[in-house]
Design a protein around this ligand. Structure first.
Ligand SMILES: Cc1cc2nc3c(=O)[nH]c(=O)nc-3n(C[C@H](O)[C@H](O)[C@H](O)COP(=O)(O)OP(=O)(O)OC[C@H]3O[C@@H](n4cnc5c(N)ncnc54)[C@H](O)[C@@H]3O)c2cc1C
Length: 419
């Protein structure tokens, strides 16, 4: 097999956008490896609309959005091996992959883009007491069963967790004829987008029970009900228990970036996002290994995944050409309500604009988001509201980015706004 210069692991929206951008930037010899039989990643099971407003100015379904990138990749003649799982990634970028067609094989590209997406937090990680009856699914598994396999997981449903997938599945199950009794959320706020709370719950009169959790799952062979209770400081409040009869419990309790391969390779991961710590070039601590999409940090909109991944593709191309040698890295400190930033560090050798993405740690009303270089304000934006479910994005102009790159310290924080 011809050794590719660049291998992209994952053929979801991130992997495809990265491959297309790299090819357009001149990388001829590249390869996408995808473990599923089809390209498009998780979007293939997201058949509702709402994708692509930023990128295409129209509302597409997940498969339609993915199809546009798959078509472009085909038009550009980008080779994609589907049904191919990458099993191992070494520090020297040696990849071991397996497919029924090619068996076990190794590649040694000069550069790699990690685009493996994320997975759902499973029940085992949630410590819900009770038996292990049938009828407990993650929301993503239920989405796959209903949308791809045409099977209904159940008829009477309780959902734990109000992330976007849980909200979307509340609507989907209702439209398919199931009764969704309630969506329970441990936190005092939803982790999903406001538009999804309105369109998926309020429009269908599905109750959202904030500060609630499942304290017991009933049923031995099949779920017969769950007990929900109110929660304070992370603990159920005795006496608030309420029984909900149901045959299905869907879990939508967070997404985890899929970084087993990254860890094997020695990529440094952020304890906050679970994704690689990357520079402005979206390069990890291993030179020539880049990351983008949900493997890097969980995104709210796929449009941002595509933008970020396209940048990773261009940066990988520049790295292969050695047109953009990396400079000294300057970490960005996220504080006072800002959970993290991507990138986590600026590159002193770079010029030009930089896009900063971040999330806040809880909902806030009217706060200024302030970027400081050596204590001096470089950018200040007042936001009427900020929510952890919504990713925030700033693009710093070249002069603002330059002021930061020359500084000794850079911080991003929330500050009170005087009334
Ligand atoms: C269950 C689920 C449902 C979602 N539903 C919605 C939704 O309804 N609306 C919405 O806006 N967003 C949704 N999202 C978010 C959505 O994932 C992102 O917007 C977007 O798909 C992320 O793109 P990605 O390419 O980073 O990841 P993905 O789309 O997850 O693509 C990653 C790809 O990498 C492949 N891969 C992983 N490991 C390997 C390996 N070792 N070897 C080879 N290939 C590998 C996977 O098979 C996959 O195709 C959902 C996410 C999940 C997990």
């Amino acid at each position: 097999m011809n050794q590719p210069e660049l291998v992209i692991i994952g053929g979801g929206p991130a992997g495809l956008a990265a491959a297309i951008a790299a090819r357009k930037a001149g990388v001829e010899n590249l390869l996408v490896l995808e473990r599923e039989d089809h390209l498009g990643g998780i979007l293939n099971q997201c058949i509702h609309n709402g994708f692509g407003l930023h990128t295409f100015g129209e509302e597409l379904t997940g498969p339609e959005y993915a199809a546009r990138y798959i078509r472009q990749a085909r038009e550009l003649g980008i080779p994609c091996f589907t049904g191919t799982t990458v099993l191992d990634l070494g520090e020297d970028k040696t990849l071991t992959a397996l497919s029924p067609e090619r068996g076990l094989f190794q590649l040694k590209p000069r550069a790699v883009i990690l685009a493996m997406g994320c997975r759902e937090r499973p029940r085992g990680a949630l410590n819900i007491p009770g038996f292990r009856p049938a009828g407990v699914y993650t929301a993503g598994t239920a989405q796959r069963l209903v949308n791809l396999e045409g099977k209904m997981p159940g008829r009477r449903v309780v959902i734990l967790g109000s992330g976007d997938i849980g909200l979307i599945m509340a609507r989907r199950m209702t439209l398919e004829g199931a009764k969704v009794e309630a969506v329970a959320e441990l936190l005092p706020y939803s982790g999903g987008l406001r538009r999804n709370i309105v369109q998926c719950l309020e429009d269908f009169d599905i109750p959202l029970l904030l500060s609630h959790t499942v304290v017991e799952i009933h049923g031995q062979r099949r779920v017969t009900g769950v007990t929900l209770a109110q929660v304070e400081n992370g603990r159920p409040i005795p006496g608030t228990e309420q029984y909900y009869p149901c045959d299905t419990l869907l879990l939508s309790c967070g997404l985890l970036p899929e970084n087993e391969l990254s860890r094997q390779a020695g990529v440094k991961l952020s304890p906050v996002t679970g994704g690689p710590l990357v520079s402005e070039e979206l390069e990890t601590n291993i030179p020539g290994v880049f990351a983008a999409g949900n493997v890097l940090h969980v995104h709210d909109l796929v449009d941002y995944v595509s933008q970020e991944a396209a940048a990773a593709g261009e940066n990988a191309a520049a790295w292969l050409e050695k047109t953009a040698p990396a400079g000294e890295l300057l970490p960005i400190t996220a504080e006072n309500g800002v959970r993290y930033t991507v990138p986590a560090a600026l590159d002193r050798a770079r010029t030009g604009p930089v896009t900063l993405r971040f999330r806040v740690d809880r909902p806030y009303k009217k706060r200024a988001v302030v970027l400081r270089a050596d204590g001096q304000v470089v950018l200040r934006r007042v936001r009427p509201a900020l929510a952890p479910g919504e990713m925030e994005t700033f693009t710093l102009k070249p002069d603002q980015a330059g002021a930061c790159r020359r500084a000794g310290t850079v911080t991003l924080s929330l500050e009170e706004v005087s009334p």
